[in-house]
Design a protein around this ligand. Sequence first.
Ligand SMILES: CC(C)(COP(=O)(O)OP(=O)(O)OC[C@H]1O[C@@H](n2cnc3c(N)ncnc32)[C@H](O)[C@@H]1OP(=O)(O)O)[C@@H](O)C(=O)NCCC(=O)NCCS
Length: 207
Amino acid sequence: MSTLRLEDLKQYSDVLRTRQGVALNVRFVEPRDTDEIQHYFRSLSTRSRYNRFFGAISELPKGLLHDFLQVGDRERFTVVATIMVDGFETIVGEARYALHAESATLEFGLSVDDRWQGYGIATALLKNLECRAAALGAEHIFGDTLRSNETMISLARKSGFAFVNHPDDWKLVRFDKEIAVAPKDIPCASWRLAALSRQADSPSASA
Ligand SMILES: CC(C)(COP(=O)(O)OP(=O)(O)OC[C@H]1O[C@@H](n2cnc3c(N)ncnc32)[C@H](O)[C@@H]1OP(=O)(O)O)[C@@H](O)C(=O)NCCC(=O)NCCS
């Protein structure tokens, strides 16, 4: 499968809204974000980082940081959600997702800056991810969370996910949602464009 070309990435941004109507830009992470994404993870509360990575880390380990920045590599993608604060584009959330083509599923994990939690950012991001999943041909979208993570469980429930046991780890619960069609009211038309260009690039698309 092809990796999306870096110079093309900017056109695949989506503008979403927080519950208060603040514009939230969702775009692929870029090399210029390296320091800021690391700063973002360092600034998360210990609890949020633990919930995001299921373990105690203070920042992204080097290998993971590298992986985060490889958009499209092995069908894995990282998006950042940004808000303009005092004239500066500020990362307030992130999501990483992977397409498992063999099972037509999209797996994801996400986080929101503690100072920005409770504003509907994750709800908006989740809808955006569903649209990205649909555009990539996934039939289900799923994620894993610690059983103790009531916030994520509540968010997933409200967003229409069903819960199943994690296949390998009793401490985790898996939430899963069937994707019926590319939803028309979800504002991520730009991602459909990205999926189309990806298919056009892929040698298998013409086979
Ligand atoms: C889980 C997380 C992404 C939610 O982000 P968020 O932007 O605050 O979520 P939203 O504002 O969209 O809230 C959605 C729902 O989550 C639930 N929720 C939000 N904050 C909550 C809290 N403090 N306690 C309990 N439930 C809460 C509510 O059901 C809420 O819906 P409501 O506002 O209609 O009641 C965020 O808490 C986070 O980043 N946590 C750390 C990382 C993590 O746990 N990731 C998930 C595993 S991959």
